[in-house]
Design a binder for this molecule. Structure first.
Ligand SMILES: COc1ccc([C@H]2[C@H](O)[C@H](O)[C@H](C)N2C)cc1
Length: 449
């Protein structure tokens, strides 16, 4: 092990109640909203091919033209309660909201810059109504914060000269001030989701970032901070030089999911996902494949089956309204979650071998296994292998618990569960209530008759 001053300060998963709640959330909502939603991926009649929230980096759009979008920010259709209701209907148990994206525009009236909602036609704080609305809906709030800030004169991609160093010192103070300000103004926030920390300038701030993280955790005990916030003194990110996770959960899964439990190294993690291929901020013209609710439900089940959370992104329009496709998907996912959320909430890795029919999840501390089915075997037999000395006490459809299912032990610790679900157009869940095996060789033929 390398001696580290600014590496990870904790090994293994956090066991406190705040983190256990986060771990059991299963499904979250991401909100990307800011000035970039006004052009919506288009400028002077031309489409920007990249992600809409990066339009400022597009040479076709002059930086001053982007920066003056602040004078157009007047979201007359913004309704925080409606956004929270959409998340609630979808079955999201937490939300991650952009307070400031890379462009530096602040959705809260920060004292440390004039580039905020306070100096827009809207004038009012956006974060407070959002935090209050989601909190009222029983949805935990995580604040997204981009360290990289294209609007701040002190930002540097790297520190090469003494002038850079002096400028960046001012930027570091500004960053600390804004983070303390956010935690002070929105004490209900459960955590911070950092972004924009990949440039050398920030990677070189191991000591500063370590001390800032400690200051934030002291100000807000239990605060949840991901692995992307800071690097160790050797520039290692997400995992320190001893390969120990930085922060409380791994933030590496972006628009992609781990495939096996080995990929998650025994850590907590979240996957953040876009509905179109790669648009976080509102883009008028979604190109390429737009994910269906069934695909998104499968990703949610897969994430939970591997011990993580699935966070689905919404990009509200410049006027503050939510686009129809997003509202429809939220309702379709919500319809499924209303029936099946027992297989998602407070569930995690089951330890069972992956089978073709789908993903298995397990309630933490309860002997219940959920088989979330996406592929129906023509045989009608759903194979499941249980650990030694574990047997199936009872099996039934989560959607219709009176439908007790026939179970057959076809080999030692290997069972076929027979199910012919009524509707096959949507994923469904088979529940296994397990028990200790009485004695070996006991057959289960007559169990379900
Ligand atoms: C350099 O490639 C990047 C950098 C940052 C991102 C940002 C997106 O704008 C969005 O905020 C996502 C969560 N984040 C990683 C995406 C691609």
């Amino acid at each position: 092990k390398i001696k580290l001053k600014h590496g990870s300060h904790r090994e293994g998963k956090r066991t406190d109640a705040i983190m256990q709640k986060w771990r059991g959330n299963g499904l979250g909502q991401f909100i990307h909203w800011g000035l970039y939603a006004i052009p919506g991926g288009e400028w002077n009649g031309k489409q920007y091919n990249g992600a809409a929230e990066w339009i400022r980096s597009w040479n076709e759009m002059p930086k001053p033209a982007y920066d003056s979008l602040i004078y157009k920010f007047n979201p007359v259709n913004f309704n925080a309660d409606q956004w929270a209701a959409i998340a609630k209907d979808m079955g999201a148990r937490y939300v991650t909201i952009t307070t400031k994206h890379h462009d530096g525009f602040c959705l809260w009236p920060s004292k440390y810059t004039s580039y905020t909602v306070a100096n827009s036609p809207w004038k009012k704080d956006i974060m407070k109504p959002l935090v209050d609305a989601y909190d009222k809906a029983g949805i935990d709030v995580i604040l997204y914060f981009s360290i990289m800030d294209w609007n701040h004169p002190g930002w540097r991609y790297d520190i090469k000269t003494r002038a850079d160093s002096i400028a960046f010192e001012g930027f570091k103070k500004f960053t600390r001030n804004q983070l303390i300000e956010l935690l002070t103004m929105y004490p209900k926030a459960k955590g911070l989701w950092f972004d924009g920390t990949w440039d050398k300038s920030w990677i070189k701030q191991a000591k500063f970032a370590d001390e800032l993280e400690a200051e934030m955790r002291k100000l807000r005990p239990g605060l949840i901070i991901g692995s992307r916030f800071r690097a160790d003194e050797y520039g290692k990110r997400h995992f320190d030089s001893n390969n120990v996770l930085m922060g409380d959960y791994e933030q590496g899964w972006e628009r992609k999911l781990p495939n096996t439990i080995a990929d998650v190294h025994g850590n907590d993690w979240d996957c953040v996902m876009t509905i179109p291929e790669n648009q976080w901020g509102y883009n008028k013209a979604w190109k390429g494949h737009i994910k269906t609710s069934t695909e998104l439900i499968e990703m949610t089940a897969k994430a939970v089956s591997l011990g993580g959370n699935f966070v689905l992104n919404f990009g509200p329009k410049g006027d503050g309204s939510i686009r129809d496709q997003e509202k429809r998907l939220a309702l379709e996912i919500g319809d499924w979650m209303k029936v099946n959320n027992e297989a998602i909430y407070n569930c995690g890795y089951s330890g069972l071998e992956k089978q073709d029919w789908g993903y298995s999840t397990k309630k933490t501390r309860i002997d219940k296994i959920y088989m979330v089915v996406f592929n129906i075997p023509v045989s009608g037999a759903y194979r499941v292998k249980l650990p030694a000395k574990t047997a199936i006490a009872k099996s039934y459809l989560l959607a219709d618990q009176n439908q007790v299912l026939k179970v057959e032990e076809v080999h030692t610790n290997e069972y076929f569960v027979y199910a012919n679900p009524a509707s096959q157009s949507k994923p469904f869940v088979i529940v296994l209530e397990t028990k200790k095996k009485e004695r070996s060789g006991e057959n289960n033929y007559d169990k379900a008759k």
